[in-house]
Design a binder for this molecule. Structure first.
Ligand SMILES: NC(=O)c1ccc[n+]([C@@H]2O[C@H](COP(=O)([O-])OP(=O)(O)OC[C@H]3O[C@@H](n4cnc5c(N)ncnc54)[C@H](OP(=O)(O)O)[C@@H]3O)[C@@H](O)[C@H]2O)c1
Length: 335
């Protein structure tokens, strides 16, 4: 069996381009004892992968040139030599960026009975959804009826952050990069105040949308968004530092917020986190989120690219705002 897979040809400088990637054909071995062969149905591209393309020490090791990339994927078992997994079972793995693979069964998680289409387990019911859930409720310690601002609000994480906050009767502000995204957040997801961050002064928007200030700022973007939010925090406000996508393609060191000392007088908490710090909450997250999705209390969207040949385009699209909701690459031949 042949799998088509994406490898890193060279380390991107600044914004990645398709020339940084190669698609290669690899022969997939038959499963040995306790291994399974999986045909991926869909795979994820995520902003954190940009950091792994740089050769530096981080919380995950760098991708190596000339090796197949890895990342979240949902697939179906097509051959099994493991008692726990049968042909047809859906599994979640870190063997994305490829069509088919053979791996030890203990490196895969069975999804059991799906409560939603498989791709939802890359987004709202997967890593980004859980990031929103733990980042807002555990790190942000959100309380009912507080005022929350989320940047990257129309993305995979941000769109769920805002909706969880609405479930907690909060006033929700969101920023995103286009009129279409703003309309979705306002009209479908019921955010209270939304704005395109390309239009005008961020702080002026925050003052208009939250005259009393912010209790929680969920930071997906960093840079000028973080600085504006610090200026507008209420005393003892919390800032979960989830991501800083405005800086991931920077080629020079990026200055920090000029107003960080305000955190002292206001008693602010700025706390970085990685979703895996909260793996102990995975079952609780899945149960809560499946309930909210199935009852229609949480909605989600996906932007879908077709085929492994377009995985690099999908990845690059994260940095040009190409996606509304979760960016997904469909690898199913039936599409
Ligand atoms: N800490 C964790 O464990 C964890 C886990 C998952 C994700 N994250 C972080 O959470 C953030 C969101 O991730 P995601 O998976 O949900 O991605 P996403 O928001 O679905 O996609 C990325 C979005 O970022 C926005 N963006 C790109 N460049 C930007 C810039 N220069 N300034 C402002 N916005 C920009 C674009 O939307 P616009 O059109 O609005 O610009 C784009 O659609 C990222 O920073 C990511 O690294 C952290």
């Amino acid at each position: 069996m042949i799998s088509r897979e994406v490898q890193l040809k060279q380390r991107p400088e600044g914004m990645p381009t398709v020339d940084d990637f190669n698609v290669v054909e690899v022969s997939v071995p038959e499963p040995a004892e306790n291994e399974v062969t999986v045909r991926n149905v869909c795979m994820s591209v995520d902003p954190y992968m940009r950091g792994r393309m740089v050769d530096r020490k981080s919380y995950t090791p760098p991708f190596q040139l000339g090796e197949t990339l890895t990342g979240g994927a949902i697939g179906q078992v097509v051959a099994s030599r493991n008692k726990g997994l049968a042909e047809g079972d859906y599994v979640q793995s870190n063997f994305g960026w490829r069509e088919t693979f053979t791996a030890p069964a203990d490196q895969l998680s069975s999804l059991g009975t799906l409560a939603a289409p498989p791709s939802a387990y890359l987004g709202v019911l997967g890593m980004p959804g859980m990031t929103a859930y733990v980042g807002l409720l555990e790190v942000g310690a959100l309380k009912d009826e507080e005022t929350v601002f989320v940047s990257g609000a129309a993305g995979a994480v941000g769109s769920i952050v805002g909706q969880i906050a609405k479930l907690k009767k909060c006033r929700v502000l969101g920023s995103a990069g286009s009129a279409e995204k703003i309309a979705w957040l306002r009209d479908d997801l019921n955010f209270d105040y939304v704005f395109d961050y390309h239009d005008g002064d961020l702080l002026a928007h925050l003052r208009e949308g939250a005259p009393q200030g912010l209790d929680v700022y969920f930071d997906n973007v960093g840079g000028d968004h973080l600085e504006a939010a610090i200026f507008h925090m209420r005393p003892f406000g919390r800032i979960p530092l989830c991501g800083a996508i405005s800086q991931y393609n920077a080629t020079e060191p990026v200055p920090g917020p000029v107003n960080l000392t305000m955190a002292i007088g206001l008693g602010l908490t700025l706390q970085g986190f990685i979703v895996s710090h909260f793996n102990h909450l995975a079952a609780q997250f899945r149960s809560d989120m499946e309930g909210w999705v199935n009852s229609g209390q949480i909605k989600y969207r996906e932007t879908v690219y077709q085929g492994v040949d377009h995985a690099a385009d999908a990845f690059i699209g994260l940095f040009t705002g190409d996606n509304t909701g979760k960016m997904v690459v469909n690898l199913s031949e039936d599409a």
